[in-house]
Design a protein around this ligand. Structure first.
Ligand code: SAH
Length: 396
């Protein structure tokens, strides 16, 4: 069912207090309402039993806590993924990753993506729109509902669909709530990672936001010629201004930067690229995360052979570069970062009339397998976000 009420998550506590005052309710009830939602995990106003019944009914007429519907998937390693259908029909994805005591969530910031990275599924259809503050918060809360009340979300990575720095104000508003210990989730900014294609003015703005988030910059190539081929927006940005903006970020926040490098077979995995990367990164206080590519059906890119990955790594390590190579995680789950959404759209076409908005994980998986068989494609590999939210990649 599509819900047309306003998301209460799109209101700040002071906006909600104003709304309450305008209807002759005590303003302190705004605090109670958000405590119910963030701390007690309430999803309906009727659960808020310390509020008068008349107020709960009134809230219910004007607002809802959640406005989307979700399909759920779980992989054998405990990773869970939600394919979220927004109130206007837009589709995004978010993921919960369990890693020892950590409960990390990977969130989307936009419906689609405008950056056009040639190897990524998220941007294949361009960008539809920015997510609202409430839609970003709803992802956190829905994923929080998947863990027991005795556990807490510990880390956030903005590495799902979209470019977070192209939607900076809504992302910052949502993360501010995530950090708030009394009316939010109480997650330290040091445990929050924002991944960006590298938009220098927005990086500078973020540096001034007074919150030392961990910044990850998706580099993927050591020179502008190759980077512009892989990350088309680089044409009007260039690597040097990104490096300058990231130094500014480091100076302002004291947070060591991470550079991400998706390793693509026969494209950016050769020794010359490794040597150029060394020249680019030498002397910088940063970490290089090398991520073997997760193939996207329909795209011509491949994961490098293990020997190529080994040689690339050895050259960097021998030169003293701080480098991390990621292992894949969540192989049994369907691909994400736009891949699951694309599959679902095709599924709607292929299996017209046979889908529901609220399939259980089991049903979804079998439907996806059927779709793959119909489409004569192999089952998708693991997703792109999953390897990126492992312990070593994010703040402790
Ligand atoms: N737009 C932001 C955040 C979303 S993408 C950014 O560019 O950083 C998060 C990361 O996943 C990026 O580093 C992106 O390049 C990487 N990625 C996208 N598709 C991938 C794939 N198929 N395999 C491996 N990494 C991928």
């Amino acid at each position: 069912m599509i819900n047309n009420r306003i998301s209460i998550l799109d209101r700040t506590p002071s906006q909600l207090a104003d709304w309450l005052a305008s209807r002759n309710h005590p303003t302190y009830q705004a605090k109670q309402i958000f405590e119910w939602i963030f701390l007690k995990r309430a999803v309906a106003f009727e659960e808020m039993t310390n509020l008068p019944k008349a107020l709960r009914d009134e809230l219910d007429i004007h607002f809802s806590v959640f406005t989307a519907t979700t399909d759920h998937q779980q992989s054998s390693d405990g990773t869970e993924k939600l394919l979220v259908k927004l109130a206007d029909g837009g589709r995004i994805e978010c993921v919960l990753l369990r890693d020892g005591p950590r409960r990390s969530v990977c969130l989307s910031s936009q419906v689609g993506c405008a950056m056009g990275c040639v190897f990524c599924a998220s941007g294949m259809d361009g960008v539809e729109r920015n997510l609202t503050r409430g839609e970003i918060l709803e992802q956190m809360l829905r994923l929080q509902k998947l863990i027991p009340a005795t556990e807490r979300l510990s880390h956030i990575v903005m590495m799902g669909m979209g470019e977070p720095l192209a939607n900076l104000s809504n992302v910052l508003e949502a993360l501010e709530v995530a950090r708030d210990p009394s009316l939010g989730l109480g997650i330290s900014p040091r445990r929050i990672t924002i991944s960006t294609v590298g938009l220098p003015p927005a990086i500078r703005k973020l540096a001034e936001a007074n919150a030392p988030y961990h910044l990850a910059i998706s580099l993927h190539a050591p020179n502008d010629t190759l980077r512009t081929k892989l990350v088309p927006v680089n044409k009007s940005i260039r690597i040097a201004p990104i490096m300058e903006a990231s130094e500014y970020y480091f100076d302002k926040t004291g947070r060591r930067l991470t550079f991400e490098y998706v390793l693509l077979k026969d494209i950016n995995d050769n020794q010359e690229c490794a040597r150029e990367l060394i020249r680019l990164l030498r002397g910088r206080i940063s970490m290089l995360n090398v991520i073997p590519y997760n193939p996207v059906p329909g795209l011509p890119y491949e994961t490098p052979r293990p020997e190529a990955i080994y040689d690339f790594r050895k050259t960097l390590v021998d030169a003293g570069i701080n480098v991390m190579f990621r292992q894949r995680k969540g192989d049994s789950i369907q691909a994400a970062c736009g891949q699951l959404r694309r599959l679902r759209e095709r599924q709607t076409i292929v299996l017209e009339g046979q889908t529901s908005d609220d399939l259980s994980g089991q049903e979804t998986l079998s439907t996806l397998e059927t779709t793959n068989a119909l489409a004569r494609e192999p089952t998708l590999n693991s997703r792109t976000v999953l390897p990126q939210i492992q312990e070593s990649q994010i703040g402790s």
